[in-house]
Write a protein that binds this ligand. Structure first.
Ligand code: CDP
Ligand code: MG
Length: 876
């Protein structure tokens, strides 16, 4: 009866396997009954308080302290029929030698950490060990979380193939997509998907085991999951339905998990899997190219291919665009496949615009209290707060190539290079190509982003070319808005990359930077949670009824100031209830009904508020489009770029003129124009979809085709999400849309104001000019310095008195982008939390500006600080 209950350790040997199986089923049924009760309790009063208490405690709860003797050791062995080839390949994996150690540790401990080099077989084999040991028998599920979508999909396919099981049994679930069925026993998913499931069922009762994979990446959701699971595991134990937690990591730096007494009261055992790693000789460059590292990669690959013996080459670059550009160059130099270019066809101007009616109506107002509320536990099936994939996933910037011009070296080598790209958004069937041997008589060359660093292992790689760069999500030091920037990797990543060369035989790693530069790299990259604004995370946690976020057992806590800033923003947005006598600094405000609605949308809280308000006046399709367009960066092609030749310069000039013309068309006429840059986005997407979103249309009109496709995808996803929250909204997922009416545009301006309230700016009036640097400047709540409307904005010349902006970018000056005009009388009506009608605070308490450590003014003083005269309006 080892498995039936955790309370009484059992010594007696079992009589027979069948008997054990019988008992196992019984036990499971009984337990699942109690799981239902537990879940019900967790939903309602007592249970929820208990769960919350468990989460809020500063120290880890005790129950799991005494490792119970095999509380849920399944005694059945589930046979798996693998093909001889698969079996042979498996036996070569280092983790196979450790199967017994791994399984004993899992049987004896509620939480186990497994560390092993990439490629040692953790992801593909540990779920199989557990399956064979019966952890998925009698209805339980083995869940594995991955920070990257690409890994969740490809690993589920690989494991299904190895086990000779169908995708109905070994399945995956990523954002809005998956093949999970009632038969699913092994489920790969992104960390965001599991977090969502915790919101529905705090105890995760359908899982027997949760594996958190790639924990070394320290993605924000992975960190939160580990914090939550550190409390769920003992709760499940108490309910007599033990859950196993396995944390898998590629590096040994696991002290944040093991030595953290707030997280686990007893240090979980760490199992080290030794990888059979062949020696890798590392070659540093003498000089470090500053800009053209892609060109340097090209030259290095050419050299390797010409001069060095057979063996695959793996190149690490930063993003999708670069990967494709290098692939093109390499294919040209060592032809194996031919690339064809198509000529863009002309699209008549007429098709490029919405036909905007010009109606005049009395000034409409949106209702702040009109947001679509449904009980949050229903109908949010499709909700997802999937984490981002590698930078390539969201890489929409600069697909300009890097000038495949003259300098391309022509190869004298007759051996063709079989060049394959690899990045996260690549179609799965194309990704799968890298796992297959290259065509005979060719050399494999994979050009990858950092997906190839730990998530995927490519066979046959002997040479690694490391640009030393990666694309990182960075947060604007002023606004907290994210962008992708290319920066140096950390030392741990560089070592991982080098290690990819020594999987099957001794290899070489060429680092395109000097050893001195390497010594300056950070040792490890900081956990994501410490580097970014956390308002979306805090909203999700509040939706889980974790009110005192400060007490949450984070593996590495975010700075208190970041938590305070997030709480403050969420209160201002109305997502949290501000408690009297309880300052935001205490970080314990509960979620509001509006907050619950907002938490169901997979976008940042500011945008979620816009969506929540947009059911009024049929604004949803437009808000969905605007939010999607604001999420995707760089909608428009960079036409100001320096040209390589006179001919190109003339061509660019022509295209720019055409774009400016189009920009005016998209901005609409009359009152429509006041929605400013957001109207341009809306018009551009509308026109583009009207033309079928073709590459030709985009090229003709200065739009980035990739960005437009991404917007289409996001619009589809958001529409699905909105439909599931607002059951009766009944939106169609149709890329084509009618243009908004003039009244709708006015509502949209108000909706945008309600969401971007803290991004309000007012033009400095002539009489207020302090000095010349304030000419045409705006004053914002966040900054002391003057900010300006970006010259690319359609409102650049208009200079409305009040505007809201999407973000501030700093170039020669501080510029606002994504600008939209606001009527002053809306401000007190739509942003009551920002309007302080009493006496201004003498010394407003400083608060924190995300990502900067910079101090900004406290919320209620916003208006007085900038000397704004609010119009006298009645506010109730
Ligand atoms: O998780 P870890 O990095 O420890 O290793 P893994 O992902 O389980 O990979 C184990 C082995 O399976 C590697 O040698 C891969 O090359 C191989 N594999 C494969 O051939 N095809 C896949 N689709 C996935 C993995
Ligand atoms: Mg793995």
């Amino acid at each position: 009866r080892r498995h039936s209950s955790g309370s009484e350790p059992e010594e007696e040997p079992s009589s027979s396997e069948e008997e054990e199986e019988e008992e196992q089923k019984e036990g499971a049924e009984k337990s699942s009954g109690s799981a239902v009760n537990a879940a019900e309790e967790a939903e309602g009063g007592v249970g929820r308080a208990g769960a919350e208490q468990a989460l809020a405690g500063a120290r880890a709860p005790e129950p799991q302290a005494a490792p119970s003797r095999a509380p849920c050791k399944p005694a059945v062995f589930i046979p798996v029929h693998r093909t001889p080839e698969i079996q042979e390949a498996r036996l070569k994996l280092p983790i196979l030698a450790e199967e017994q150690v791994v399984m004993e540790a899992i049987n004896d401990n509620p939480i186990v950490i497994i560390c092993g080099e990439t490629g040692s077989g953790k992801t593909t084999q540990v779920p199989q060990f557990l399956y064979e040991a019966g952890y998925a028998s009698s209805g339980g599920i083995i869940g594995i979380t991955e920070p990257r979508r690409v890994a969740a999909v490809s690993m589920s396919q690989r494991v299904a193939k190895e086990m000779n099981l169908s995708h109905r049994v070994v399945s995956y679930q990523i954002r809005y997509e998956g093949n999970v069925t009632d038969e699913t026993r092994i489920k790969f998913m992104t960390d965001g998907v599991l977090l969502k499931e915790i919101q529905k069922d705090f105890l995760l009762s359908k899982y027997k085991v949760i594996i958190i994979d790639e924990a070394h990446e320290r993605s924000m959701y992975t960190d939160i999951l580990i914090g939550l699971l550190s409390r769920i595991v003992p709760l499940r134990h108490k309910k007599g339905l033990p859950l196993k937690l396995i944390i898998m990591s590629a590096t040994l730096r696991v002290e944040d998990f093991t030595a953290n007494t707030r997280l686990f009261s007893v240090q979980p055992p760490v199992i080290q899997v030794d990888a059979r790693q062949f020696p890798v000789t590392v070659h540093f460059n003498k000089k470090t190219p500053l800009d053209d590292y892609s060109g340097e990669c090209f030259r290095k690959v050419c050299k390797i291919h010409r001069m060095l013996p057979a063996g695959g080459i793996l190149v690490f670059l930063t993003g999708q665009a670069e990967v494709h550009s290098l692939c093109r160059r390499l294919r040209k130099a060592f032809p194996y496949q031919k690339n064809t270019m198509q000529n863009a066809a002309c699209v008549p101007l007429l098709m490029c615009c919405f036909h905007l009616p010009s109606l005049s109506q009395t000034l409409p107002k949106i209702d702040l209290n009109n947001y679509s509320v449904v009980p949050p536990d229903e109908g949010d099936e499709d909700r997802d707060f999937d984490s981002d994939d590698d930078a390539a996933g969201s890489d929409l910037d600069l697909d300009l190539g890097d000038g495949d011009s003259g300098e391309d070296e022509k190869s004298d080598s007759s051996l063709p290079l079989y060049v394959l790209p690899l990045y996260s958004l690549l179609a799965p069937e194309k990704q799968a190509k890298v796992f297959r041997p290259p065509p005979p008589g060719t050399r494999l060359c994979v050009v990858a982003t950092n997906v190839a660093e730990t998530s995927l292992t490519i066979p046959g790689i002997k040479y690694v070319v490391d640009s030393g760069r990666e694309k990182r999500r960075c947060y604007d030091r002023i606004t907290g808005v994210s962008s992708f920037r290319v920066s140096w990797v950390c030392q741990a990543s560089a070592e991982q990359r080098a290690g990819r060369a020594g999987r099957t035989e001794p290899g070489h790693c060429y680092r395109l930077y000097s050893s001195a530069v390497f010594m300056d790299f950070e040792k490890f990259s900081a956990p994501e949670i410490t580097k970014r604004p956390v308002e979306d995370l805090i909203l999700q946690m509040k939706a889980l009824n974790i009110e005192k976020v400060i007490n949450f057992p984070f593996p590495t806590p975010p700075p208190t100031e970041a938590l305070a800033a997030a709480e403050e923003l969420l209160i201002a947005l109305g997502a949290l209830k501000e408690l009297k006598q309880q300052l935001a600094a205490k970080l314990s405000c509960p979620i509001s009904p509006l907050g619950r609605v907002m938490a169901t949308f997979p976008v940042a809280p500011r945008y979620a508020k816009m969506l929540a308000l947009s059911r009024q006046h049929q604004c949803l399709p437009y808000t969905i489009t605007i939010v999607s367009a604001m999420t995707v960066r760089e909608l428009f092609e960079e036409l100001d770029r320096p040209a390589g030749s006179e001919e190109e310069a003339a061509q660019l000039k022509g295209r720019r003129a055409r774009f400016l013309q189009m920009q005016k068309v998209w901005a609409g006429q009359g009152p429509m124009q006041k929605l400013g840059d957001l109207m341009v986005m809306l018009g551009a997407v509308g026109a583009c979809e009207y033309s079928g979103c073709t590459r030709e249309f985009c090229e003709q009109n200065g739009l980035r085709h990739k960005a437009m496709l991404e917007i289409r995808r996001l619009r589809g996803q958001l529409t699905t999400a909105v439909n599931s929250v607002c059951r009766d909204a009944g939106l169609y997922v149709d890329p084509k849309m009618e243009p908004p009416t003039e009244a709708q545009v006015t509502y949209l301006r108000q909706i945008v104001l309600a969401g971007l309230g803290d991004h309000l700016a007012r033009r400095v009036q002539a009489e207020e000019l302090l000095d010349d640097k304030w000419r045409n400047a705006y004053k914002t709540a966040l900054l002391e310095d003057p900010v300006f409307i970006h010259p690319s904005s359609v409102l650049f010349k208009e200079l409305p008195e009040f505007v809201v902006y999407q973000e501030i970018v700093e170039t020669t000056k501080l510029y606002m982008k994504g600008v939209s005009a606001v009527e002053p009388e809306w401000i007190p009506a739509l942003l009551p939390p920002y309007c302080h009608f009493g006496k201004p605070l003498e010394n407003p308490p400083p608060s924190y500006c995300p990502g900067t450590g910079r101090v900004r003014c406290h919320r209620p003083s916003v208006f007085y600080r900038v000397g704004w005269q609010l119009p006298a309006v009645e506010v109730d």
